[in-house]
Design a protein around this ligand. Structure first.
Ligand SMILES: NC(=O)c1ccc[n+]([C@@H]2O[C@H](COP(=O)([O-])OP(=O)(O)OC[C@H]3O[C@@H](n4cnc5c(N)ncnc54)[C@H](OP(=O)(O)O)[C@@H]3O)[C@@H](O)[C@H]2O)c1
Length: 252
């Protein structure tokens, strides 16, 4: 019987795959059989090493996604590895923390450019190629609990991730009938560089932990299974959803 979660003969582009959630997703997709194009501004050596036992084709593409310049080069590199782009995971993202009253324009623009603008234009460019041969594909955006909630001291992050949720639905509406599934994963509180400042604040860290029904912070590998699902044919009829993977946080 065919395994609906099998990603053999598929190629996935994962942005920000050198560490954290992106690295966890790249590893999970590789374990399900997908070839991986790992995109980011830091060395991908650790990710390459983690993935190597799976024996899937792997290529690292150095790119600063704070601007749109590298987009076509990323897609060309992916097509060079396998012939077509099947899966795009828009994971790269940053956060800036400051009281709203003091928040700067650069902390607004830097976050919006990477988290929202690049997510849109990389999706657009990938979709153009997915549509060219009529085979479609899967686009998975990484949203956040702050796609649903307000958060505190992170105005541009909340705006960007709320935007990611809206964009996910808009793109799904436009592309579902053309064979592209656009969905998002909203990770809860995950142990990565992104949450280092929160975890170092003993009071905030304890407050957060006490309201997670699962009773623990999440880890990058907790997100990988959801990514494999949304990237696979098991999710062919799922469009425009934002799937929380949050240890139950939003159920509280
Ligand atoms: N951790 C959480 O609790 C949590 C919760 C909800 C959503 N998220 C989202 O999950 C995604 C991954 O975050 P993470 O938690 O894994 O944090 P992370 O460890 O800080 O990873 C962020 C990734 O984005 C990359 N990146 C940042 N700026 C970039 C740029 N200009 N060009 C290319 N790549 C860039 C980083 O590369 P460098 O290592 O080179 O900086 C890194 O690979 C983000 O979209 C984040 O908002 C995280």
């Amino acid at each position: 019987m065919q395994n609906a979660f099998d990603l053999q003969n598929k190629l996935a582009i994962v942005t920000g795959a050198n560490t954290g959630i992106g690295q966890g997703i790249a590893l999970s997709l590789a374990q399900a059989g997908a070839s991986i194009v790992a995109v980011g501004r830091s060395s991908m050596d650790e990710t390459r090493e983690l993935i190597s036992p799976t024996k899937v084709p792997f290529r690292a593409v150095a790119a600063d996604l704070s601007n749109l310049a590298p987009i076509e080069e990323i897609l060309d590199a992916a097509e060079g590895l396998s012939g077509r782009v099947d899966i795009l995971v828009n994971n790269a993202g940053i956060i800036r923390r400051a009281d709203a009253i003091d928040f700067t324009e650069s902390d607004w623009d830097d976050v919006m450019n990477l988290n929202l603008k690049t997510t849109f234009f990389l999706s657009q460019a990938a979709a153009r190629r997915m549509l060219k041969d009529g085979k479609g594909g899967k686009i998975i955006n990484i949203a956040s609990l702050l796609s649903f909630q307000g958060g505190i001291r992170v105005p541009s992050y909340t705006a960007s991730k709320s935007g990611v949720a809206g964009l996910t639905k808009l793109l799904a509406n436009e592309w579902a009938a053309k064979g592209i599934n656009v969905n998002a994963i909203a990770p809860g509180y995950i142990v990565t560089n992104n949450t280092e400042a929160l975890r170092e604040d003993a009071k905030r860290s304890a407050e957060i932990l006490s309201r997670i029904p699962a009773g623990r912070w999440g880890h990058a590998e907790d997100i990988g299974g959801a990514a494999v699902f949304l990237a696979s044919s098991a999710a062919n009829y799922i469009h425009g959803t934002v799937l929380p993977v949050d240890g139950g946080w939003l159920a509280r």
